[in-house]
Design a protein around this ligand. Structure first.
Ligand SMILES: [Zn+2]
Length: 68
C-alpha cells in the first residue's frame, strides 16, 4: 500500500508574465510542463487567469489538451 503524502513538497507555481508575481499553484508538475503562459487574448489559451497583483489577464494554454 502506498501512502500519498506529498503535501509538504513545493508545488510548481505559475508566475504572471506581466509582473512576475505568483498567481496560481499547479498541483501537477506534469501539467505545468505541458502548459504555456500567454500574455494576450490573441494567443490561444484554455484558461484566462487574472493576476491578483497587477490584475492583468493572461492565458494558460494546456498542450496536453491539444495533442490527442
Ligand atoms: Zn501580474
Amino acid at each position: 500500500m502506498q501512502i500519498h503524502n506529498d503535501n509538504r513538497r513545493k508545488m510548481p507555481k505559475l508566475n504572471c508574465p506581466h509582473c512576475g508575481g505568483r498567481c496560481a499553484d499547479v498541483a501537477d508538475a506534469k501539467l505545468k510542463n505541458n502548459s504555456v503562459l500567454t500574455k494576450t487574448e490573441s494567443e490561444p489559451a484554455d484558461f484566462m487567469i487574472e493576476c491578483p497583483r497587477c490584475h492583468k489577464l493572461f492565458g494558460l494554454y494546456i498542450k496536453m489538451l491539444h495533442s490527442a
